[in-house]
Design a protein around this ligand. Structure first.
Ligand SMILES: [Zn+2]
Length: 480
């Protein structure tokens, strides 16, 4: 709640004023000064890092940051406190926060085919900041009452539970209109071409996004670039005249493909075990050494602050969180207090043992702003100086029906051995030279079948259904 409240206060303190747009030079209504943009960025940055995690690869971070900084320096707003960070998220995405804070996901990296595409994505996000789209959009969403999405999910007063699954990753994915998107594409192409990268990197990656949309399936339910940057294929067409103009009379553009793919060789693909990993209906955490089995068929979302699962076709959720408990306080007290803070009152509860660990299992009731009531069953489990909170939440009329699956899932919590933990390894990107007779399907199979052939083709700048070219070096995904 702190995040949203603070952001609202900042906005309430603003006075609508006219500001000059740095890109167009036009005067326009703005609710935000540059200082306010910067302060919002500085306030959001730690929250984003906490929610998403920073990908642990200093060399890759430096590489991405260098490319971003070079473009920011030649942009219309070189003096913003620009930062470029790779967040540890498997979804394909990139986003900008007012003030010059740019984030690109680990998950987008394998789908970029060269450095010009990377520069194009970073340049596009820089463009949203320099043209003040992010500030305007932020103003619009805040004043429109949508606000930033709070990071706490337990608070029924803050928002209906129905939105929970779609929001757990969506810290502040701003939605832009098509005009803003085209302008950001144009700015991105211009920034990168000024520095010698091929501006065709922008439409090339948009084409990949379009194919990814068509080949979707592995990534459903995860907010991604497409949900905030719609219609990539229409944009491929829109940006072509700009690219043609920028390329006129020049033949010296680089894509730096070989260096780029060498740098993403070995990058984690899909879930990172350091943040826990989803295997079917199970969630395993090799660092914290536990396992929980969610009900079969539920859609699971893993973020650094929590794991959420949603029943198919119903607003029934389970959430796993943990709190530190170094003093070993009384479990029942922790349980009742934490649920009360989340807006639930205790109906019944009793001490229990789960996997030979001390636990307190209770049933609770809560009410949302709109008057809707919810039932919840929560287990608070003491394990390794922490309390693991496993909660199932359903609208009151569904609770009795859902409670069987929730109860059974809660009971599956267990510790895992060092040997089991050792065997949980991430899938990674690897490089492979295509041989005669290879197909995308055979190459996908070679890596252990962790990626669909269609997705592998898209990752290599190719349409699904095409054949890989013998002798070319391609990106593949190998199981851990
Ligand atoms: Zn955009």
């Amino acid at each position: 709640m702190g995040f949203r409240a603070a952001a609202s206060l900042i906005v309430l303190a603003l006075v609508a004023a006219c500001a000059t747009n740095p890109v167009t030079g036009r005067r326009e209504l703005s609710f935000m000064s540059e200082a306010q943009e910067i302060s919002i960025g500085k306030e959001s940055d730690p929250q984003i890092k906490q929610e998403m995690g920073i990908y642990n690869d200093p060399e890759l971070q430096r590489y991405v940051s260098d490319i971003g900084q070079r473009m920011a320096k030649i942009s219309e707003r070189p003096n913003l406190p620009w930062t470029f960070q790779v967040v540890d998220v498997p979804a394909v995405n990139a986003f900008a926060v007012p003030g010059g804070f740019i984030y690109i996901t680990r998950g987008i990296m394998p789908f970029l085919d060269n450095e010009a595409e990377l520069a194009g994505v970073l340049g596009h996000e820089i463009g949203h900041v320099t043209a003040r789209h992010s500030a305007q959009q932020y103003t619009r969403q805040i004043t429109g009452g949508v606000g930033l999405l709070a990071l706490q999910i337990f608070v029924p007063a803050a928002r209906p539970f129905g939105d929970l699954a779609g929001q757990s990753l969506g810290v502040l994915f701003l939605r832009y209109g098509r005009d803003d998107e085209l302008q950001a594409d144009e700015l991105g192409a211009r920034y990168e071409s000024t520095l010698g990268w091929d501006p065709a990197g922008v439409p090339a990656f948009l084409a990949t996004l379009g194919r990814l949309d068509e080949a979707a399936g592995d990534r459903k339910g995860v907010p991604n670039w497409l949900s905030t940057h719609p219609e990539p294929l229409a944009r491929v067409k829109d940006i072509q005249p700009t690219v043609a103009r920028l390329k006129t009379g020049r033949t010296d553009f680089s894509t730096n493909r070989e260096d780029f793919i060498r740098r993403i060789d070995g990058i984690v693909y899909g879930d990172n075990p350091e943040q826990g990993i989803v295997r079917g209906a199970a969630f395993l955490h090799p660092v914290l050494r536990f396992r929980l089995d969610f009900p079969e068929g539920w859609e699971i979302q893993n973020t650094p602050s929590q794991v959420a699962a949603k029943a198919p076709g119903a607003d029934v959720f389970m959430v796993l969180r943990l709190v530190e408990n170094p003093q070993g306080r009384n479990l029942q007290e922790i349980a009742v207090n934490s649920m009360r803070d989340a807006g639930f009152r205790a109906v019944e509860g009793a001490p229990a043992r789960i996997d030979n660990l001390d636990a307190f299992i209770g049933v609770y009731q809560g009410q949302a702003d709109n008057g809707a009531t919810f039932g919840a069953r929560a287990a608070h489990i003491a394990y390794d100086q922490k309390v693991y909170i496993v909660v199932g939440i359903a609208p009151s009329q569904l609770f009795r029906q859902a409670d069987g699956a929730i109860s059974a899932s809660i009971r599956t919590f267990r510790s895992i051995s060092a040997a089991e933990a050792e065997n949980i390894r991430p899938s990674r990107v690897d490089l492979y030279v295509v041989r005669a007779g290879d197909t995308w399907a055979s190459i996908a199979e070679r890596g252990g079948g962790v990626i669909k052939p269609a997705t592998l083709a898209v990752m290599n700048n190719s349409a699904p259904g095409t054949q890989p070219t013998p002798g070319t070096r391609v990106k593949i995904v190998v199981s851990g």
